[in-house]
Write a protein that binds this ligand. Structure first.
Ligand SMILES: Cc1cc2nc3c(=O)[nH]c(=O)nc-3n(C[C@H](O)[C@H](O)[C@H](O)COP(=O)(O)OP(=O)(O)OC[C@H]3O[C@@H](n4cnc5c(N)ncnc54)[C@H](O)[C@@H]3O)c2cc1C
Length: 334
């Protein structure tokens, strides 16, 4: 079991910055995110967009901001569990929490900080009979570790940035990649679409446009997928993996059942310290709500700073906190 001072659910910008504020007060953090990478909405939805309202940055690319946050928190050596959705929460006799993920990872901490943004991004799944039977047995909705696909046959489905980017990347390590898309043109970046068309023209990948998945076939594990084109001709493609990349939709999920006061799907907090109605659990960033709440990154950063001051009392109950500027105290690494 992983042991830490603060377990942060969500490695978006606000969860990341919370590591810095906690670190200044000598509190260690472990972050859990359902996505395989850090950065939350910035990395998942708009990595290449410029942001104009981060103090001190007249303009900053969303992914650059995430990269900078990662660098800023490095001295405090945060640990991460990525690609696993938080599922359960229990309380131990000594008042600590145990947070559990769907894959069984357990994190014990004195404080839980929910920085879960819009909720956990769940994959949009194609409507195929028996699809669930093959999940984890050849059907996967995320590329957690590209090495899994080395020298294997893959069918990727989708026409957005993820489908294009992974087709390009995996074409160099997989035995064979087939990309299936239901339209003639792609939704993803034109530059990536061009690269995919070039790979197909050079015979390095198979590309099936105006085609839809019809079924997944196999006996326990995926052996092939059937695809139907617009002339209604069905083709069977032998494959080891089917990777449908149809985008993600956010869901609050099991956090909604933790006894927290909710307003629609946001967690109500006390703006003194961003605590919830459950002692020791805080909620910061897009996931919380209070009168006047603005879903802005800079508001989440402010919330993280105030949360950390109060979390200190749970982690070091017998110590008195004295407030110091970083200009005075510096950033003292662990
Ligand atoms: C297109 C677009 C443009 C934007 N432009 C701006 C802008 O210019 N300026 C600005 O300030 N804001 C902007 N925003 C809003 C900004 O992105 C959000 O305010 C910010 O991402 C909130 O950060 P967060 O860390 O609270 O949540 P998020 O970024 O949503 O991160 C939350 C993380 O928690 C994870 N998570 C959730 N539930 C679970 C669970 N159960 N288990 C494990 N992990 C979980 C999610 O996977 C996610 O990675 C924009 C948003 C969009 C969509």
């Amino acid at each position: 079991m992983i042991q830490t001072d603060i377990c942060i659910i969500g490695a978006g910008p606000v969860g990341l910055f919370a590591v810095f504020e906690a670190g200044l007060l000598k509190m260690r953090c472990h972050l859990i995110d359902a996505l395989p990478q850090i950065g939350g909405q910035l990395s998942e939805i708009y990595p290449k967009k410029p942001i104009y309202d981060i103090p001190g940055f007249p303009e900053v690319n969303a992914q650059t901001l995430v990269d900078n946050l990662r660098e800023q928190i490095e001295p405090f050596k945060p640990t991460f569990t990525l690609g696993e959705r938080v599922d359960g929460l229990t309380r131990t006799e000594d008042g600590s929490f145990i947070v559990t993920t769907v894959d069984g990872t357990q994190v014990k901490s004195k404080v839980v900080v929910i920085a879960a943004g819009l909720g956990s991004f769940e994959p949009r799944k194609p409507e195929l009979q028996n699809l669930e039977r093959f999940e984890g047995r050849g059907v996967t909705y995320m590329v957690k570790d590209p090495e899994t696909f080395r020298q294997r046959r893959l069918v990727i489905a989708g026409g957005g940035d993820s489908a294009l980017d992974w087709t390009i990347y995996l074409s160099s390590i997989a035995e064979r990649v087939t990309l299936i898309h239901r339209n003639e043109s792609f939704r993803g970046a034109p530059d990536s679409a061009e690269k995919v068309l070039k790979l197909a023209a050079e015979g390095k990948i198979d590309l099936l446009l105006s085609a839809n998945l019809q079924s997944v076939n196999g006996n326990g594990v995926v052996k092939s997928v059937s695809v139907v084109d617009k002339q209604k001709v069905v083709k069977e493609i032998e494959t080891d993996f089917l990777i449908p990349l149809f985008g993600l939709s956010p869901k609050l999920g099991p956090i909604a059942d933790w006894g927290l006061n909710l307003d629609k799907s946001a967690i109500e907090v006390n703006t003194v310290d961003y605590s919830t109605n459950v002692e020791g659990i805080f909620a910061i960033g897009d996931i919380n709500t209070y009168p006047g709440k603005l879903k802005l990154i800079l508001c989440g950063f402010h919330e993280a700073a105030l949360m950390a001051q109060r979390a200190f009392e749970f982690v070091y109950p017998s110590q008195k906190l004295s407030f110091k500027y970083t200009t005075v105290n510096g950033v003292n690494a662990f």
